[in-house]
Ligand binder design. Structure first.
Ligand code: ZN
Ligand code: ZN
Ligand code: FE
Length: 754
């Protein structure tokens, strides 16, 4: 006696070969009926033997395509319909498309085999893809996911491609970006004026030769442009740094394959897994001695950010090149990555010698993601290609129709609907008009695709953030959330932590509720709201925001707090007296010298005082170099940080630490040991403060916890003392996680006034 059931699946199930998977599974179990995409996900009706139907449901869960996510699977019994066969039906288009969009997926092993198979019709074709791999998020204009709603709509499939597309047994069945040399996009190599020098395969091969000759090539890839340059050639890297105005910030590298990566870097099993995963991020790896890549790619850095090719285009270039390249985003300094070839000609002119371009439009810019392994876990430092816009699913009730606009640096935005919280790709620092436009475009495209007509918009409490101003100027119901509270909620959301929670939010700067600069915060969170329980002792920050590059100003503020004018005797001759006179005046008269309790700034000041750096080229550079000094050392030594309780607040007083650092520096103690002692004192202070506050669940967050030594040792120290410890993994601990935290905060408290 046959039965008929209807299965409704909600989740990330479109565009990953889910329907062909269902089709094959149904056929193998001799079931009749159909499968179809809906705005919610996938709907299946199946008729057949009861045991087979049960097996069907089990296997949907256990054998589903690797990157699909089933959020909800609902079955209902229906009267028999006597289906004749099992078929894939056309998408239904009603209701709201709140289904999940997929990220761009790295080339699968089968496609890779084809592009290097001389007999295959896709031999060396750079746009080869299938339902298991290829572009998604970067080409999707709207949902549901179908070719007509992607930037592939301009390309008409040839007979052979259409045959694959229509054949349910084929790996390219309904592969929306399906293409081949006959019908798909193609490459061209342009000179600086946009003249076509070569096309198709020759464009790739000439680019390879130019790279070998020391030229800089702007390469249009999946989510935007890269600059490619020979990673073994310090001269071309130097030239790229000057032209791109990026003096010291590390460049990412692309290696031909995992074997070549292993020759230059230590690669653990977990790191290898991440490197070759479908998400294929840049992974931070420890350089080996004798590493072939030029030191100028990542000066003074023990790590290299490395990825392997993730599109056929990159695979082909790297196969011919055989050596690593610098593969840094195609932009000027902190501007957003460039996505259009004609725009590239003007924006990237003066940087690139040639332009390797193609005619598949990029609908959204998507940078490379950056990740690393911390205590055997993947930790994402920049969440973009391969991850965005996968939702963070939380158990907490979701608010509908909400946008959060994020912070100021490393900006991302997020929206929330019934399916989850969707975080945008990395947008960047909102410092230039280009970034601001990219920020607005991302909001527009995100709200369009998810059909969000926001009831509420959430921003940071900082009144001067461009993102906050944008929210207030463009929307009615705007709620602002304190910066560090957002950081903490990003951890709460991705780990589903139960309340109460002690958040340790340490970063460079955030606007505090008392209008001072916060950044070394311990904040308790419960069902009623939040309260600040402890913070680093404050010091003046002469020059305000400018201090994060001019770290001597920060050091001055820190020293002044303890020694007053006496500091001139303590650290003589570090800069002209004149400048210091000005700073002293500013601090004394309280001119543009906001008090700050920032841990990031404390790192900067210590880096300056110990002589690690005099200035920083980018935020966090000095702190990073201080961290790198801890490499390979082991010691429990530390300085003293006193915990002083006043009323309901604990202040972490770093005065003895500062005196200790100065003393050790004067005595020429090895810098590495000073750095280690400094790090250990912070770890100890975190553990002791947590013990005093005494909340079981501790969330570590904020940019400072990108510091591996600080993060790992804080986790260890807290765990040893019986705490449950949580930290950011899915979203960055830096301000890239703020947008998630803002929405999570709102879904937690709703309209309740906190
Ligand atoms: Zn494939
Ligand atoms: Zn074709
Ligand atoms: Fe922050």
């Amino acid at each position: 006696m046959p039965h008929r059931i209807k299965i409704s699946i909600k989740g990330a199930v479109q565009g990953v070969g889910f329907r062909p998977f269902i089709y094959k599974l149904a056929k193998s179990l001799n079931l009749k009926g159909y499968v179809s995409n809906t705005n919610e996900g996938v709907v299946i009706e199946a008729e057949g033997n009861e045991n087979f139907l049960q097996e069907f449901i089990l296997k949907i869960n256990s054998e589903k395509p690797p990157i699909s996510i089933i959020q909800k699977l609902k079955t209902e019994k229906l009267p028999l319909n006597n289906f004749r066969e099992f078929e894939i039906r056309k998408s239904r288009l009603k209701g709201y498309p709140d289904t999940i969009m997929f990220p761009d997926i790295a080339t699968c092993p089968e496609c890779l085999k084809e592009i290097f198979d001389k007999k295959n019709r896709r031999y060396l074709y750079p746009f080869t893809n299938c339902t298991n791999c290829g572009p998604r998020y970067s080409i999707i204009e709207s949902l549901p996911y179908d070719r007509a709603r992607t930037t592939m709509k301009a390309f008409q499939m040839c007979g052979e491609c259409k045959g694959e597309y229509d054949d349910p047994t084929n790996r390219r069945f309904h592969a929306q970006p399906n293409a081949c040399p006959v019908c798909g996009p193609h490459m061209e190599l342009w000179d600086k004026k946009g003249n076509v020098i070569e096309s198709h395969l020759n464009a790739l091969l000439s680019s390879v030769n130019f790279i070998k000759e020391g030229k800089i090539i702007a390469v249009k890839g999946l989510g935007g442009f890269h600059f490619f340059a020979d990673a073994l050639n310090p001269d071309v890297i130097e030239r790229l740094r000057i032209r791109k105005r990026r003096e010291e910030k590390p460049f990412a590298l692309m290696y031909p394959d995992i074997l070549s990566v292993k020759r230059d870097c230590e690669v653990s099993e977990k790191e290898e897994e991440l490197l070759i995963s479908v998400r294929c991020p840049i992974v931070l790896l420890k350089k080996k001695k004798g590493c072939s890549a030029s030191d100028t790619a990542a000066p003074k850095n023990p790590d290299l950010g490395i990825m392997i090719p993730y599109t056929p285009l990159h695979h082909i270039i790297m196969r011919y090149l055989k050596t690593p390249v610098v593969a840094t985003s195609g932009n000027l300094s902190e501007e957003p990555i460039c996505t259009d070839e004609n725009e590239a000609l003007s924006r990237l002119n003066g940087i690139a010698d040639f332009f390797l371009v193609h005619n598949r439009p990029i609908y959204r810019h998507v940078d490379d993601s950056i990740a690393r392994i911390v205590m055997n876990n993947n930790v994402i430092l920049r969440r973009s290609r391969g991850y965005a816009p996968m939702p963070v699913l939380t158990e907490n009730p979701q608010g509908k129709n909400i946008i959060s606009v994020g912070g100021h640096l490393k900006n991302t935005i997020a929206v929330s609907n019934v399916s989850g919280i969707f975080i945008s790709q990395h947008i960047g620092d909102l410092e230039s008009i280009e970034s601001y436009n990219s920020f607005r475009n991302t909001i527009r495209k995100f709200t369009e695709v998810y059909k969000i007509n926001p009831e509420t918009v959430i921003c940071d409490t900082h009144p001067d953030y461009i993102s906050s101003k944008y929210a207030k100027e463009n929307f009615k119901n705007v709620i602002s959330v304190q910066h560090h509270v957002s950081h903490i909620f990003s951890v709460i959301a991705e780990n589903d932590i139960s309340m109460p929670v002690l958040g340790v939010a340490w970063d460079g700067a955030g606007y505090g509720d008392d209008k001072t600069v916060w950044g070394g915060e311990f904040i308790a969170i419960d069902n009623m709201g939040y309260s600040r329980k402890a913070h680093l002792k404050k010091f003046p920050l002469p020059g305000g925001a400018s201090a994060f590059k001019d770290i001597y100003k920060t050091a001055f503020g820190l020293l002044y707090e303890i020694f007053g004018e006496g500091l001139f005797e303590i650290i003589p001759g570090i800069s002209g007296r004149k400048e210091y006179g000005i700073l002293a005046n500013m601090v004394k008269k309280n001119i543009n010298s906001p008090p700050c309790s920032s841990a990031g700034r404390l790192f900067d000041a210590i880096a300056f005082i110990t002589g690690v750096r005099k200035t920083a080229g980018f935020e966090g550079q000095a702190a990073m170099e201080l961290e790198f000094l801890t490499e390979g050392l082991n010691s429990e030594d530390s300085y003293d940080i006193e915990l002083k309780r006043t009323n309901d607040m604990i202040v972490l007083d770093w005065e003895n630490l500062l005196r200790g650092v100065i003393e050790d520096t004067k005595n020429n103690l090895n810098l590495k040991i000073i750095s280690l002692k400094f790090h250990n004192s912070l770890v100890n202070a975190i553990v002791r403060t947590a013990e005093k506050i005494d909340i079981q669940n501790v969330a570590l967050t904020g940019g400072c916890f990108q510091n591996k030594y600080l993060l790992e040792n804080s986790i260890r120290g807290l765990k040893e003392n019986g705490f449950n410890v949580f930290w950011n993994r899915e979203v960055p601990a830096n301000d890239g996680g703020i947008s998630l935290g803002q929405i999570a905060y709102y879904s937690y408290y709703g309209n309740k006034k906190i």
